[in-house]
Design a protein around this ligand. Sequence first.
Ligand SMILES: [Zn+2]
Length: 475
Amino acid sequence: MKCRPSPVVSLLAGSLVSFSALAATPSDETAALAQIRDAAMHSDYAYERLTDLTDLIGPRLSGSAGAAAAVTQVADAMRKLGVKVTLQPVKVPHWVRGAETAELVGYTGKPAGISQKIVLAALGGSGATPAAGITAEVLVVHSFDELKAHAAEVKGKIVLFDVPFDQDMANRGQAGTAYGQAVAYRVGGPRMAAEMGAAAALVRAVGGAAYRIPHAGSSGLEEGKRIPAGAVTIEDALLMTRLVKRGPVTMHLTLTPKNLPDADSFNVIADLPGTDKPDEVVVISGHLDSWDLATGANDDGTGITSAMGVLAILKKLDMKPRRTIRVIAWMNEENGQRGARAYLASQNGVTEKHVGAYEDDNGSGRAFGIKASVGTAAVKYFAPLKAALYPIGAGGFVREDALGTGDLSGLEEAGVPSFEPLMDSSDYFNYHHTPADTLDKVNPENLRRHVAVMGATAWFLANTDAPIGRANVPK
Ligand SMILES: [Zn+2]
């Protein structure tokens, strides 16, 4: 989709922007926001950093060598921008994928010598089968209630939750709702099955794009209560649902992941200090860890490199915010949110100095504006920000009581307004947590717009005198 032209963007289109030509101390809010917007729409800094992150490192699951390399790479890149970088220690879960195979070895109508391969991926925190695997009957259910209704049959079985992700809902702007409905079975299903005595638990992959690829994610299982748990592809879940109509289905399942002791890791934090209110903070962020099947380009490479892109633009424009703009590359969003908890703990329960916090963690689809958990009375004060983003087709503003964004939820519960892009996530769950979340899925134009929206919002929050803060947050 093409953005609406702005006079400034049109003027600069087709030529490389000279940042020095734009560098000036903005005399007013409108000019400053326009400068940031236009610089972002002409900068590939974020895409270059995303390329480094995904091509040179790849997967970054907490505790892995990839996660450690990402901490170093991102910290070094931000130091190069001339800002102070702090590594905040975080103890993270360390789960390592092992062998993962499955085949259907018994079902009504099976010809002699035939077995059916099932494509699956172990879920984070999954327990392990013996190295030789287990063989058990598959119990297919389509809801928690159906599992409860079959409670007497669960013991010793491999339970499969065949619950679809509603792609039609996602296509119509409700991807988050669709995900929430289906992911409930990934984070709650294995635990319920374990409590009822199941030998293992499987869920239908939570996402769209039926290309027979599994979607990883957390199992919701805890130490001492782990059973083998995996996600099977949509196609294989459908196959088993069809076969059980003919009679009992038996699976041979081998999953040998390891749950290792917690590992040492870090949040990467970089501050662009405020001029007259340096102790007041605006957080802009994404998460640095990713699932292990792919390179986490969209989840959440684009979020963290957008925040880095904002920092790069403000440094190049030599713009100094009144309040401190703090980039945080969160560690361990995916399977523990330990980074978010460590940051919150470091504030000693005092978050009053946080004016707002922004996280970009819904992929890199087209941004239309901003979502914000500010009070209703505060909405009108965002008019200058909306006006600045309108020329790039991102002037939308949606207020909600709470965004519940992964790493920011603790800050939000403490009264800090949260922000995230208002955006298209209709195809995000095709790639999210799959082997296909790679750089080629990121549209550079979309990424520039994400940087523009985040950058303008950060600048607005860091400089405004409008009363948009915590007093307006409904409790
Ligand atoms: Zn994410």
